[in-house]
Design a protein around this ligand. Structure first.
Ligand code: NAD
Length: 260
């Protein structure tokens, strides 16, 4: 049990990568707050864990709302006895070339990833600083925190921004024992990725199989998707790591798509 009695809050945990991290953290003994803008989805994940309310709670948080973030983090802290680990994971994708993307869509993607990462981090840091027992901030980046791809301008810009946020939190958090790291997955077959396949096929005039084979997995070492379990394993490792030797880092988990 690598996370025994730690309290963890995971955003966007009603689906995909976040749900897998909540399950993995609970298996490692953590108390978990499953937060999502979709409360029913968050509650389903909590029900599936089968833990008492003192060990697992669902909370609705729209990470772009300062008020919801503040109230949600306070509620999670109250329910679980503090906040030791934040996984700021909520995210969406939008496909459009920079020349075509509307300002509304630009702002929506930047807001969910960057405002959301900032608001969640600030609220949890305040709890961690007051608790005086250290903590861990994990931000969900992407290979797109380091690489560009066609039609993903707002997403790529936001993910690059999270790398900067992570590094600042690592420097400032050191004063009160908080580490910060960025997890950078390659393609993981979640709803976020499934929804891109038909759009890319249509726009590039290729089959859906070709989108997966060439666009998504063409530069991996083995043509395989990264899995939600792969990302959850890395999240457990980073959350459980005991010293400041590992802070301010970005860990790429992508079957060799990006090597750095
Ligand atoms: P997903 O669609 O399965 O889950 C995303 C979750 O975020 C959903 O439950 C959704 O309701 C929630 N969400 C959306 N907007 C929100 C908001 N404003 N407030 C709170 N919750 C909100 O997607 P996923 O693939 O599991 O993505 C999770 C994270 O991983 C995202 O940050 C994404 O950018 C990142 N990521 C995913 C991949 C991939 O290939 N799937 C690769 C790299 C990075």
């Amino acid at each position: 049990m690598q996370l025994n009695d730690k309290s963890a809050l995971i955003t966007g945990a009603g689906s995909g990568i976040g749900a897998a991290i909540a399950r993995a953290f609970a298996r490692e003994g953590a108390k978990v707050c499953v937060a999502d803008i979709d409360f029913e989805a968050a509650q389903r994940v909590v029900d599936e864990l089968g833990l008492p309310p003192s060990s697992a709670v669902a909370v609705r948080i729209d990470v772009t709302s300062e008020g919801e973030v503040e109230r949600g983090v306070d509620a999670a802290s109250q329910a679980l006895g503090g906040i030791d680990i934040l996984v700021s994971n909520a995210g969406v994708q939008h496909l459009d070339a920079i020349a075509d993307v509307t300002f509304d869509n630009w702002r929506r993607i930047i807001s969910i990833h960057l405002d959301g990462g900032f608001l969640m981090t600030r609220a949890c840091l305040r709890h961690m600083r007051a608790q005086q027992r250290g903590g861990t901030v994990l931000l969900m980046g992407s290979v797109h925190a380091k690489e560009a791809s066609l039609q993903k301008g707002p997403y790529v810009a936001a993910k690059h921004g999270l790398l900067g946020l992570c590094r600042v939190v690592a420097k400032e958090g050191a004063d009160y024992g908080v580490r910060a790291n960025l997890i950078c997955p390659g393609y993981v077959r979640t709803p976020l990725v499934e929804s891109q396949i038909p759009v890319l096929a249509r726009e590039r005039g290729i089959t859906e199989e070709a989108v997966v084979r060439e666009v998504m997995l063409g530069t991996t070492v083995d043509g395989e998707f990264t899995t939600v379990e792969d990302i959850a394993r890395v999240a457990v490792f980073l959350a459980a790591f005991p010293t400041n030797a590992l802070t301010g880092q970005s860990v790429v988990v992508s079957h060799g798509w990006h090597m750095a």
